[in-house]
Design a protein around this ligand. Structure first.
Ligand SMILES: [Zn+2]
Length: 265
């Protein structure tokens, strides 16, 4: 079940309920080109976009290659479209992504038959930009949640699209995550006064306080002094917090002189 709503002039977002959590993608429509930020979990999630895109050139950008962000591409007129992603997003599209799709298809026959993995056909390492006509989207590598994670910034609107690099209440941290790099990447945006609106793929839309909270959470993991939630957590985030603590513990044990201790898990 998906809903598409206007965020501001020429910018829409689509939210899909996936059971344990929701995921959000964004459509940015310029004069000449339209950019879809994540195609979400299934081609049907994209059903509202084609009329909004009209006859503009289509550009698709993947925040990262996790299944709930890139499996809807076949629902768009993507033939001939530029599909942008980090270089390692392309690697994942011929690596773990088809494995996950086969697993889901085996677990739920028919449900995922329409999904086609459409890999990026234009990749970048550090950053790149796309001119949409009266709006620009700049894309920036921000690894941590995954190695291929990127964020998108629209300077004309002060709008920062995070993918899973930041979320509410906190991000999903894998084992071996480069926490220092991730924190530094978030701090860079948190200190950027141009950023007015922060749109994570999971959790509430807000301002730079979302970045601040994610930074504090990751710093807590890094320093062995985890931030405990004050609000009640959903089952998904309760389990995520436990697994984040385990991941940070692994990280502390493998890092020479790392401060994390097994005692807090
Ligand atoms: Zn996600």
């Amino acid at each position: 079940m998906s809903t598409t709503r206007s965020l501001e002039s020429r910018i829409w977002f689509t939210e899909v309920a996936l059971g344990e959590y929701d995921v959000r993608g964004v459509l940015v429509v310029g004069d000449e080109r339209a950019l879809v930020w994540d195609t979400l979990s299934h081609p049907r999630d994209m059903s509202r976009y084609p009329p909004l895109i009209g006859d503009r050139e289509l550009v698709i950008a993947y925040s990262h290659a996790d299944w709930d962000h890139i499996w809807g591409t076949a629902g768009l007129p993507h033939q001939g479209a530029v599909v942008l992603g980090h270089r390692s997003c392309l690697t994942r599209c011929v690596g773990d992504v088809p494995v996950t799709l086969r697993e889901k298809q085996a677990a739920e026959p028919v449900a995922w038959d329409d999904v086609r993995i459409v890999a990026p056909n234009r990749v970048f390492d550090g950053e790149t930009s796309v001119e949409l006509g009266s709006m620009t989207v700049t894309l920036h590598h921000l690894p941590g949640h995954t190695r291929d994670s990127i964020v998108a910034f629209i300077p004309e609107r002060g709008l920062l699209l995070m993918g899973d690099a930041a979320e509410t209440p906190f991000p999903v941290v894998p084992e071996g995550s480069p926490l220092a790099k991730w924190i530094a990447g978030l701090q860079r945006w948190e200190g950027d006064a141009r950023v007015r609106t922060v749109v994570p793929a999971h959790g509430a839309i807000g301002g730079r306080e979302i970045l601040r909270r994610n930074i504090l959470y990751l710093q807590g993991l890094r320093d062995g002094n985890p931030v405990e939630a004050t609000d009640p957590l959903s089952d998904f985030y309760r389990h995520t917090h436990e697994s984040n603590l385990r991941a940070a513990c692994q990280w502390g044990q493998t890092r020479p002189g790392g401060p994390a201790s097994a005692g807090r898990v």
